[in-house]
Design a protein around this ligand. Sequence first.
Ligand code: BTN
Length: 334
Amino acid sequence: MRKEDRKRNDLLHLLDSSDSYISGQRLADAAGISRSAVWKDIRRLRMYGYSIESLHGMGYRLVGKTPLPVPWELKKALRTSFIGKAILYRDVADSTQRIALSIAEKTPGSHGMVIIAEQQKNGRGRMKRKWISPSGGLWMSIILEPEIPVRMITLLPFVAAIAASHAIRKCTGLGTKLKWPNDVMFSGKKLAGILLDVSSEADQINYAVIGIGINANIDHSYISGRIQKKSGEQKITSISSETGHEVNRLELAKVLLEELEEYFLELTHNDGKPIIEEWKKNTDMLGRKVSVMHGDKAMHQGTAIDIASDGSLVIRTEEGKTINIISGDVRVRY
Ligand code: BTN
């Protein structure tokens, strides 16, 4: 453990173990740092979301733990066997996906590593779109080295979408629904998205990086204003816009990663059928009229009837043909 991480942990431990004020001097002595270093560390902890009261002549008192997915708290809270054993956290990143891809490429054996950013300056979405990622969202990428046949990799985004949908539902009570291929929706509006990057050989997966973006505590108009003007995309929402209050992102990240591990193991131990079944349980689009889009143009219209074993969307067209859609965007008529 790095020296500064140990000092921060010592300080937090001291503050957490006392109900009353602890003087700056006592904190300094116990953590082996100067009083001005204590003051700086307290300021940093407040920036990371801890609520710490200070009273002249009395010292400091911890009144609220952080709701942010900072790695030292997330690691402590996680009940997983491999996901999140290593966590990289950035206040600002270009894109967690790009960071994860570069780590996965350079450092084989990074299975389970999680990269989280409070803010992304250049977040990536599907189909080469930009993903608007202001502070307040949950933006993360997970490196996996799945030992599954290459043909099953198309089911990995399903695993992530199921995990995100379950986690949002558990932490907020919002009745989320999945929309093919892997959007998490609430009330017909997009709440979260999944991105998959894979490096594979003919018969072997080297690594996969799953990117998960959840519009958590964000004013949804900030995002939709920037997106809809550009491409006439589907409607966007956020957790806080729907519930009227902020979700604890530390809790959300914990549940999300635990669900991700559970369904990832399900995928690796079985043939993929239980994943498709679980996905179908969480969608309301089957049986509805859909348009398969290419940009703003509808390429096919019909009824969504099933999800095939490879994850493709099965559509019965208006001409009565059955077709499988492998990739792209779909508009659903509710
Ligand atoms: C989509 O277009 O629906 C997928 C969006 C995925 C966004 C996430 S946020 C964390 C990770 N880093 C990125 O740059 N993109 C993904």
